[in-house]
Ligand binder design. Sequence first.
Ligand SMILES: *[C@@H]1O[C@H](CO)[C@@H](O)[C@H](O)[C@H]1NC(C)=O
Ligand SMILES: *[C@@H]1O[C@H](CO)[C@@H](O)[C@H](O)[C@H]1NC(C)=O
Ligand SMILES: *[C@@H]1O[C@H](CO)[C@@H](O)[C@H](O)[C@H]1NC(C)=O
Length: 410
Amino acid sequence: MWVQSLMALVLLSTSASAATSASPKKVLSKHATILADNSAKFAFSLYQKMAKEKDVENILISPVVVASSLGLVALGGKASTASQVKNILNAAKVKDDQLHSGLAELLSEVSDPKTRNVTWKISNRLYGPSSVTFVDEFVKSSQKHYNCDHSKINFRDKKSAVNSINEWASKSTDGKLSEVTKDVEKADGAMIINAMFFKPHWNEQFHHKMVDNRGFVVSRGYTVSLQMMHRTGLYGFLDDKTNKLSILSIPLAHKKSTVVFFMPHHVESLERLEKLLTQKQLDKWMGALKQTAVAVSLPKVSMEVSHNLQKHLGELGLTDAVNKSKADFSNMSGKKDLYLSSVLHASALEWDTDGNEMDTSIFGTDKLKDPKLFYADHPFIFLVKDKSTKSILFLGRMVRPKGDKIRDEL
Ligand SMILES: *[C@@H]1O[C@H](CO)[C@@H](O)[C@H](O)[C@H]1NC(C)=O
Ligand SMILES: *[C@@H]1O[C@H](CO)[C@@H](O)[C@H](O)[C@H]1NC(C)=O
Ligand SMILES: *[C@@H]1O[C@H](CO)[C@@H](O)[C@H](O)[C@H]1NC(C)=O
């Protein structure tokens, strides 16, 4: 008897919570949920590798898109070339077909422009050398699951190969990404390219007219001039005095995702902060955010960033796919004639004032009194976190925004 009433209670409470949430949540399937969680964990490992690389300034990666490119590797790979994908996504128990359908489900859920109200254009292409023949079955499955198109290219004519890659990327991002690569280093393998354009649409817009020129301190003695946008509002905020950083969370439209900013109190290299950045610490921080009046100033700039992830994926355990003498992509080409020579992951992100109407009813009230300051005028880390799937849509850092150097008075 009490089991029944307990059940009734559980049902009651779940339906009650469903009723109070603004829109019905589309819950991911079990395997898509595992992949969402693990791609988020994987995101930090990948980020850490990239951050340690010399000469890398701005970083911008979409972990869910990287995960789907890994899915493509698994789809075309055999034996350990394929199974290593599952290892690095910590999804050894997920069946092959569930891996592909799960990754597809996750990406289509988080990138749906209609329900999300953000602009996120994602194009994927697999390039192979002129000699390759893509297997029909693979072409079909990779279009179906990963929305990936295929092209052969004469890598030996480097200049025209580079041009045609950049042309494709530019065209597929409506001109937002003019260059994803300057060179094709290796002329004999398969190349995966992701070309993206992302434009956050704030849940509450910034003032279109409150935009002015400010300085962004790249490092001591090096300041660039850029536009900044401003507004005061109620946001999730934390001043972590122990770790000397401020954290700010700004919801995107429909509040299905938020952009979270991590900014050290003072100008410094981001190395110290990056060491702290793990899934566990992120959860801790997110749990400690408090709705606070904050006067926010953010750069209003566009970032175009392109990374070759091939080496990093190798370091993280995808050792066979990237190794010419070990890779087995015979599900892709019918032969053992390919390896993964490049993974170009390129995105254009436009930070702008656009968003839905502001809630002006709190202006001039006590709720916005004595706002904390969040003045993003020096290097910071940010991520775009999805609420219902808990996946990370983007993770990056702004170290050197576009802008002219201005003379420092320091
Ligand atoms: C977001 O929603 C607003 C209001 O409905 C609309 O005007 C705008 O075009 C939408 N933007 C995107 C990118 O979907
Ligand atoms: C590629 O695999 C071969 C054969 O196992 C190995 O000897 C070689 O060190 C590997 N190359 C790299 C770059 O890891
Ligand atoms: C690879 O191809 C073999 C047949 O050659 C097939 O049995 C296997 O399921 C394929 N693997 C994947 C991951 O599609």
